[in-house]
Design a protein around this ligand. Structure first.
Ligand code: ZN
Length: 487
């Protein structure tokens, strides 16, 4: 079985194995609570991969699911359904809960400039496909029915195919890690997991099946929906590292038990996020939603952090490394994002020369090499900062660039900063509003001020500067004029 835990092989390019396109499946959110920092990292990591694949010219079908049934309280397959529980507490229909939090998730993703996937299937919309999967596994002898529920026979699967290939766990470790109480009296062995659960009388989310009125086990949906939309073999399956075991391990077992061979070629997992060195968790009091980051409304936050600061911060680390959120680190990321955009804005104003005194040839290839090397986004950002240095040298009169080289730099920023890393220039105004006329108006005011200064009309000069300051503009005098930006 081929298992890759990194995309280093992106360097060699690969031949998409389903209908000439790259099939990419990423485990999406369980929609029962506000989107939080833990959602931001996988969505941004796989957004960058999606963007880069398209940049390379691949056709990509990106499937990111919505889990709206079957994800039980104790992560594996015991306890109350997370959405049903929320619905009970808030006296709502479960689909109201799912829709509400799906909308919130979409809004947060749009703020982070995460592109929507090609298909966003819901688990509740694919109960029939999941039942078909369970039937296949039963027919192949790798599952058994017990009291209206169906369990995957991990012991038998392990004898024939070896369970634990992705996480590197052996069956003894899995047995020891399983909860004593899980499916007690129903399961043949501790490590077995549920493919179908019979619903208790009070359980409101239920569907008819050959075994009982019930609901699918959490691991079924990704195998069933991945195969439906990407075929029985597809290229990339991603998610957070916390999903390696048991979720993805179970998905591999379900695929092999149903179709005789694995479904996925490359597994890819982003590392986790910590807050001040600690894992984020409701019980630890450091659970921060994305909205709280954007508004600063949380006792651990010293200020608000814009969605682009959060995105930039996440991309400054390699996706397989840990990221620790602290106010210091976020403030540094905010500054870095601003410096990068300053470089981009200065680049627009550079005056071309007849010859270039510095070379800009290697920036594009350095960015490409970094992306090909398992999506090394921190190296791409460092390369773009090197490009900013060249821009500053030219801006300060210490170097020259031809019009051709200036255009090349603009193109490198356009491709890698905006298209591939998905960084958005928030100073440019959102909602597609063209700010060019407003910028020209500010430039005009500052021209008037420059003339006033030349004429020693200090009253007018100071008035313009102070009023612009009050309106939220930072004005800086430079050697041959002025620079301004919105604070
Ligand atoms: Zn999944």
């Amino acid at each position: 079985m081929l298992i890759y835990n990194t995309l280093t092989r992106l360097k060699e390019r690969f031949v998409p194995i389903h209908e000439g396109r790259v099939g990419m499946y990423v485990c999406g959110p369980t929609v029962y609570g506000d989107p939080h920092l833990g959602h931001a990292r996988p969505s941004i990591t796989f957004d960058v991969l999606f963007r880069y694949m398209k940049q390379l010219g691949y056709k990509v079908r990106y499937v990111r699911n919505i889990t709206d049934v079957g994800h039980l309280e104790h992560d594996a397959d015991e306890g109350e359904d997370k959405i049903a529980k929320k619905a009970r507490l808030e006296q709502l229909e479960p689909m109201e809960v799912a829709q509400y939090y799906t909308n919130r998730y979409h809004a947060a993703m749009a703020a982070l400039n995460v592109l929507p996937p090609s298909i966003e299937p819901h688990a509740t919309g694919h109960i029939i496909e999941q039942e078909e999967l369970v039937k296949e596994i039963l027919a192949n002898g790798y599952a058994y029915e017990s009291n209206g529920s169906v369990y995957f026979d991990v012991e038998k699967y392990d004898r024939d195919h070896k369970y634990g290939v992705l996480s590197g766990r052996n069956l003894d470790e899995v047995r020891n890690a399983s909860r004593e109480l899980d499916g007690v009296g129903e399961k043949r062995a501790q490590a077995d997991f549920a493919l179908w659960k019979k619903a208790q009388p009070e359980h409101i989310m239920r569907w008819p099946s050959p075994w009982s009125d019930g609901f699918p086990g959490w691991h079924c949906e990704c195998t069933a929906m991945g195969r439906k939309y990407l075929g029985s073999h597809f290229d990339i399956h991603g998610g957070g590292m916390d999903l390696v075991f048991p979720h993805h391990e179970c998905e591999i077992a379900q695929a092999v038990a149903s179709q005789g061979e694995p479904m996925v070629r490359y597994w890819m997992h982003n590392n986790m996020i910590t807050i001040n060195g600690k894992k984020m968790g409701k019980s630890l009091g450091n659970f921060i939603t994305l909205e709280q980051f954007f508004t600063g409304d949380h006792e651990l936050l010293e200020q608000a952090y814009s969605p682009m600061t959060v995105r930039f911060f996440i991309l400054q680390a390699h996706y397989r490394g840990t990221v620790d959120f602290s106010n210091e680190a976020l403030k540094a990321a905010e500054k870095a994002y601003e410096r990068m955009l300053d470089g981009w804005h200065r680049l627009q104003e550079l005056k071309p020369a007849d010859t270039s005194s510095v070379s800009v040839a290697e920036f594009r290839s350095r960015c490409a090499e970094a992306m090909d090397d398992d999506l090394n986004t921190p190296i791409v950002i460092a390369t773009l900062f090197d490009a900013c240095k060249v821009v500053n040298q030219v801006n300060d009169g210490n170097a020259t660039l031809t019009a051709h080289d200036i255009e090349e730099l603009k193109s490198v920023f356009g491709t890698y900063l905006f298209d591939v890393l998905g960084v958005r220039d928030d100073s440019a105004g959102g909602d597609g509003v063209d700010l060019t006329p407003y910028k020209k108006a500010v430039d005009l005011l500052l021209e008037v001020r420059k003339n006033a200064k030349a004429a020693r009309d200090w009253a007018t000069s100071d008035l313009i500067r102070d009023r612009l300051n009050e309106a939220g503009f930072d004005v800086k005098d430079t050697k041959d004029g002025f620079e301004w930006k919105v604070r």
